[in-house]
Design a binder for this molecule. Structure first.
Ligand code: SIN
Length: 324
């Protein structure tokens, strides 16, 4: 049986990425420039979207490796405004793959939307012999129109991933995303979404933190939280350098450590992190393992990342510090 469809208008926001990339030669899937093709052109390249009631808006045109606060503010602001419009049933965002999971996390954390906010992308540029962007965009629209969808999700290579779990795991393959132990939420088959497990529940309506959203949109910079990795032969000098550099620029407020295994940290690095904590810097430990989470236990030297990957734990801590 076909999924029930959301009534209402879709909005598709473009931010750049490989999905909007162009190479000099059609056979070149790596030597291209991201963020060249407008979101309006991307939409018009998908015949299935011709009869869908939608509006497009170009928020940015960047390679997502360069994502930062200014583009996030523009994107979050526009997504929030569209979600408040009763005539809009869902928002789709085209985005580069490289920091897609961070943008998904920011949108989910700040907006906690009941309506679907569907991020999509491509691993091959729009100019490729066989681009993957048009299918991903078509699938993203199918998810956005599905009555059972909600919250921020990522659609890539026929899979639907939740914002909290999704991570880019491959440099080249078309199915570059994975949700780790949680697995994908759903798949898309010939324009129909098929759910694998209960959708993560979002708090009702406007239960998101309006004060945090206002602070985020008005911020000149996020509280400074740096990411360091624990590895063999480290000596903690990177953390000491971060502490020394506090005098100029933004003060260091937090450090997220990509720890070894179950959140363990080299003893030399741990000593430097202890010194940072004494100076009031928040320290959170995640794992550099591709799978699993830090399983909390009494011997853990630092606060664990609650199952978040190191890059998402960094954002989570920065937003927590922003909320005061
Ligand atoms: C980007 O993240 O903007 C470039 C890489 C990609 O989209 O695959």
């Amino acid at each position: 049986m076909a999924n029930a469809k959301q009534a209402g208008r879709l909005v598709i926001l473009g931010t750049g990425g490989t999905i909007a990339g162009r190479a000099r030669q059609a056979g070149d899937n790596v030597g291209y420039v991201a963020g060249q093709v407008s979101v309006a052109e991307l939409v018009s390249a998908v015949p299935a979207l011709a009869n869908v009631r939608l509006d497009v808006e170009q928020i940015a045109q960047i390679d997502s490796k360069d994502m930062g606060l200014a583009v996030w503010q523009a994107l979050v602001g526009r997504v929030a405004a569209h979600l408040q419009d009763p005539s809009v049933s869902a928002v789709v965002v085209t985005h580069g793959t490289d920091t897609l999971e961070e943008t998904a996390f920011v949108l989910q954390r700040l907006l906690q939307p009941v309506k679907p906010v569907v991020l999509t992308c491509a691993m091959r540029p729009a100019s490729a012999l066989v681009p993957d962007g048009p299918q991903n965009l078509s699938d993203a629209v199918a998810v956005a129109q599905s009555a059972s969808a909600g919250g921020v999700v990522v659609v890539c290579a026929g899979q639907v991933h939740g914002a909290r779990d999704v991570t880019k795991v491959h440099t080249y393959r078309l199915d570059a995303f994975d949700s780790g132990d949680a697995g994908p939420l759903a798949c898309v088959e010939e324009g129909e979404m098929r759910s694998f497990r209960p959708w993560p529940s979002s708090p009702p309506g406007d239960a998101h933190d309006t004060e945090l959203l206002a602070r985020f949109l008005a911020a000149d910079a996020l509280p400074r939280v740096e990411l360091v990795t624990s590895h063999a032969d480290t000596d903690g000098s990177l953390v000491r350098a971060l502490l020394m550099a506090q005098a100029g620029g933004r003060p260091l407020r937090g450090i997220v450590v990509a720890g070894t295994g179950n959140g363990t940290v080299h003893q030399a690095l741990a000593e430097a992190l202890d010194a940072a904590q004494v100076q009031g810097v928040r320290v959170v430990v995640g794992t550099r393992c591709a799978r699993g989470r830090v399983v909390p236990h009494p011997g853990l030297a630092f606060t664990d990342s609650s199952g978040l990957s190191p890059v998402k734990a960094r954002l989570s801590l920065a937003l927590e510090l922003l909320s005061g």
